[in-house]
Write a protein that binds this ligand. Structure first.
Ligand code: DGT
Ligand code: CA
Ligand code: CA
Length: 575
């Protein structure tokens, strides 16, 4: 967590320096440090506390100045340079930096040449085609800026699940230490594990709300106290909005249900209550005629009072869960402990950070039975892809790791083969045939029309060696829209060809999404929940987001191939 916070600070420093036209070497130094820190497998805080500036400087890409700033951030939770720079830059320019695909250089240009200093002004300038007069900018840039602004507005203020969840967990851990806190839980969209989160909602049972609120508003990292009262307070903590409510023990269950939402789900539950002569609100369940309280201490009371089986939070979106609970057919949702392996990770053989052996031993630590190393094929140029010769060399290493860890883990040899825009695969069938698992994915020409893109993926599915289609829509949350594709059609072809669809657990992908997962289940198409990890820590950390999304997609363990043991899994693959 702290590593990512520090990387974010250095990235912002680099952005601001670049907008200000500062020395490019300095800008690059901050960026390089941010990239290094992001993928560092050790905790910077631990390193800083143990060895200070000297030890930090041993990390490649971290010089004296940056090492000092890391120590400062670790000790004070803040960076003076960052604060000063943020203050110097007009807020409008800072906000413009958050627009996807609009970099600091472009912002500096439009600011210097056109005096543009807010998103609204930038939008107007792009619409009036004023940007194409600036050297280095053109019609394409104008178009991209307008698209970027639209995306920015759609996601504005929403954070990835992976940013909100660890933050919320550390708030809970901190507040649990206080005697005044009797019970505490996460509510809202975060408890429902939505892929993006507007604000974090927390509920507490306490007889001494003032103490709880004091502790809450003075947590480390609080940037603003928006409201502070006895029953509700709101803060901004490291850029995230957090609401905390204190309720009575007797209302806890009703409050948890109410504030977990979703709003649409709550409305359905209240309607069912009305039919039974019950009033349901955040304080409890009450009989309308007598006013008597018939439940509210536990969340299960709410469902019981309206004749429903318990509905897990991830399903509470009014997508048929109420009917399912009435008919006692709520699925037994997959859990993290059901996962027996990872079918898509990268190693040093392409763009991963760890060796086959390191990935294998992490997989053992996770209690897995298998891990498929799916390094890139050559067409994905930047990723240092593998040609046939490289695959053969890697196989020698895989064999030796399998020997070393015999009986503990099985490393499956795999590739993430590129599906090229001309529909062909980036490696010949003879090579694919030799692999244990073949993962195929689109990495280029995202703008092909829907029919073409659908046909492109269909063609890959029809290949007798392709087992899994990775990140089937290509979206990157907040950055890249999914390419257009006929998902119903793909599900039919997947079913017919025995192809597995991936649920990529990377927090900004979650691709397939929840709705697509459910579509797959309805079509009888199996899902692989994979991490696409580029280092060992990611393999460990991101799988939970994939499992959460699978749960939102109503998936049970039996719908997911990597809940099976090794032998059973091999039977589910083609060939
Ligand atoms: P978010 O924060 O945008 O990701 O989404 P939520 O679902 O966390 O929404 P939030 O934080 O505004 O409110 C938390 C929960 O409180 C929400 O899921 C349901 C409940 N809630 C809030 N306002 C209303 C309302 O007007 N009616 C009903 N029935 N429930 C509400
Ligand atoms: Ca919320
Ligand atoms: Ca809220």
């Amino acid at each position: 967590m702290i590593n990512l916070d520090i990387a974010r600070i250095f990235d912002e420093i680099a952005d601001i320096l670049e907008v200000k036209g500062d020395n490019p070497f300095r800008v690059r130094a901050y960026r390089r440090a941010a990239r290094t820190i992001e993928t560092l497998t050790q905790d910077l805080k631990v390193i800083a506390e143990r060895g200070g500036v000297d030890e930090l400087k041993k990390i490649p890409g971290i010089g004296e100045g940056i090492a000092r700033k890391i120590v400062e951030i670790v000790q004070t939770g803040d960076c003076k340079k960052h604060r000063e720079l943020t203050r110097e830059l007009p807020p409008g320019l800072l906000e413009m930096l958050a627009i996807p695909r609009v970099g600091p250089k472009t912002i500096a240009k439009v600011h210097d040449e056109l005096g543009v200093s807010s998103i609204a002004e930038l939008e107007a300038a792009a619409k009036q085609h004023k940007l194409r007069g600036i050297s280095g900018l053109g019609a394409k840039v104008e178009e991209n800026i307008l698209k970027g602004i639209e995306q920015y507005r759609r996601y504005r203020g929403r954070k990835l699940l992976s940013e909100a969840l660890p933050r919320a967990e550390s708030i809970l851990e901190e507040l649990k230490k206080r005697d005044a806190v009797e019970r505490i839980t996460i509510a809202g969209s975060l408890r429902r594990m939505r892929e993006t989160i507007g604000d974090i909602d927390i509920l507490v049972v306490s007889k001494r709300p003032k103490e709880v609120m004091d502790a809450f508003t003075s947590l480390e990292g609080v940037e603003d106290v928006v409201a502070k009262g006895d029953t509700k307070s709101s803060i901004v903590l490291k850029g995230m909005d957090v609401d905390l409510r204190v309720v009575d023990a007797g209302s806890f269950g009703a409050a948890v249900h109410y504030f977990t939402g979703s709003k649409h789900h709550n409305i359905r539950i209240r309607e069912l209550g009305v039919k039974r002569g019950l009033k349901i609100n955040e304080y409890g369940v009450f009989r309308v005629d007598t006013g008597e309280k018939v439940g509210g201490e536990n969340e299960r009371d709410v469902f019981r009072c309206v004749g429903l089986a318990y509905i897990p939070p991830e399903l509470r979106e009014d997508r048929g869960e109420v009917e399912a609970a009435q008919e006692n057919r709520i699925p037994e949702l997959i859990e993290l402990k059901d996962i027996k392996g990872d079918l898509h990770v990268h190693t040093k053989w392409s763009d991963g950070k760890n060796s086959v052996e390191e990935m294998a031993s992490t997989a053992i630590a996770l209690g897995y039975e298998y891990v498929a190393v799916a390094d890139h094929s050559p067409a994905v140029g930047i990723a240092g892809g593998m040609d046939e010769a490289k695959i053969k060399k890697r196989q020698v290493e895989i064999d030796s790791v399998n020997e070393q860890f015999e009986g503990e883990i099985r490393v499956l040899s795999s590739v993430e083969v590129d599906i090229k825009s001309d529909f062909s695969l980036d490696l010949p069938d003879d090579t694919l045939k030799e692999l244990d698992v073949v993962v195929a994915a689109v990495h280029s020409k995202f703008t092909q029309d829907k029919a073409t893109m659908t046909k492109r993926i269909e063609t890959a599915m029809e290949n007798e060696h392709v087992d899994i289609i990775a990140h089937p829509t290509g979206r990157i949350l907040g950055k890249r829209e999914p390419y257009e594709v006929d998902m119903e059609r793909l599900m039919e072809v997947a079913k017919d060809t025995g192809t597995i669809m991936e649920l990529n657990s990377f927090p900004d992908r979650l691709d397939l999404n929840d709705i697509h997962c459910r579509m797959a289940k309805d079509h009888g198409v199996p899902i692989a929940i994979s991490t696409d990890a580029h280092d060992a820590m990611q393999m460990r950390d991101v799988i939970r987001y994939g499992v959460a999304t699978a749960r939102r997609g109503w998936l049970e363990a039996r719908d997911v191939v990597n809940t099976r043991g090794m032998e059973e899994l091999l039977n589910l693959l083609k060939g």
